[in-house]
Design a protein around this ligand. Sequence first.
Ligand SMILES: [Zn+2]
Length: 75
Amino acid sequence: MIRRNLRTIRFQKIAMSIYPVICPTCFEEFMVPLPAPDETPCEVDYDCEVCCRPMIVVFDEEDGEVYASARGIHD
Ligand SMILES: [Zn+2]
C-alpha cells in the first residue's frame, strides 16, 4: 500500500512537470513548467514561445494537481 502511494506520487510529479497553455494573443498552445503545489496559487510573467508576446500565466492547484492557464497582461 505504501509502495503504491509512493509510485503514484512519483508518476504525478513527472506528469505534472509541464502543462499546456493557450497563448491569449496568437492562440497557439505551448508548454510551461509547473511550480511545486505549495507555491501555488501564483502568477508569472511569461513570453509566448510562439509569438513572444507577454502574458500572465496563472498557476493554481486543485486536489494536489497543479494546473496553468494564460491570460493577457491587460485582462
Ligand atoms: Zn503567442
